[in-house]
Design a protein. Sequence first.
Length: 402
Amino acid sequence: MRSKLCSKLAVGLATFALASMAINTRVAAQSETPVYNFGATSAGAPYGGVIFDAAGNLYGTTTDGNGAVFELTPESGGWNETVLYTFSGGTDGNDPQAGLVMDGAGNLYGTTMQGGAYGFGTVFELSPLSGGGWSESIIHSFGNGTDGQSPQASLIIDSKQNLYGTAPTGGKYGKGVVFELSPKTGGSWTEKLLHQFGNASDGANPNGALIFDASGNLYGTATRGGTHAAGIVFELLPAAHGMWSEKTLHVFNLAGGGQAPANGVILDSHGNLYGTAGAGSAGAGVVFELVHQTSGVYNEKVVHTFLQNGIDGYGPQGLIIDASGNLYGTTYVGGAYAFGTAYELSPTAKGNFSETILHSFNLYGDGAYPYGTLVRDSAGNVYGTTYQGGTNENGLVFEITP
């Protein structure tokens, strides 16, 4: 289970000394606006990011208490929050740390780390009711037999409404699984384990979300395991008779290429993969690219190494990419005030990337500790969440406007 903040808070307040900005890093004139401050009338502490629906409403989860699912609706002069569901902490789930995914009918799907029939987490569905309000149903409870346990990442959905995700523990070898949940006639769902980690030099403990390519192959990361016990990037390919085969694309090795990738990867239009990993040569984490070769091999290239002085951030989280190949992400601590950053990495003519700090969080005036993955709207505005900080010191949703 992720530590909620004790050690990270200590790192954020005690480790970072302000120093000169690196030559390839600049601070941009961006405008950051808190969209909604949690804690005045509802629980807060959001770990996951937010998603949009077609009407421009935002949806996400909070972790205070047993957790909740919220909707933010844009109104003149601000945003209005509606709590769609509050978890009881029992069989309906407890502690939703990941973001949500929405299907074409407007149903929301997510995970909880705890609760459920066996106490090891759930996959839940929230469905809008014709007369208003939402109903929650449990699609799957983890922890029965050799099933996975304690899912922490967002789900993804395919065109047939099947859901895919990861659980970092459990499974045959106790080191996590990739699972698929398929809807059945009558409203029930069937779980299928696509891969169980921990056999020999395989990866272990997949914490991040998955991603599909155009051919239906799945890509993800395992935080540990591999030849050097520092994590891997993997691909799962559909095989005959409904089976899947795993292929290790990259093994992290504790050197400058980073280690312990705790978030998923993303794809660009050329089939290259991008992601983040923990301590690199400078000790504060890296953004990496796996360059796809015509032979099918992937070569790792470190796109950006975060500085030990923390001025450009420490502890990079998940990434998103735009049509021009610019990468956007957050660091959960570091920056000018030690409470995290939002940054952009832009490709240069020489094949490198230039970093721009979009915002350094300062705890009270805005947020602190942005763990969740960002999302962009059609106008290029960036939205995300912070776990703490804001007016009520219980986290917020923010917007960064170019």
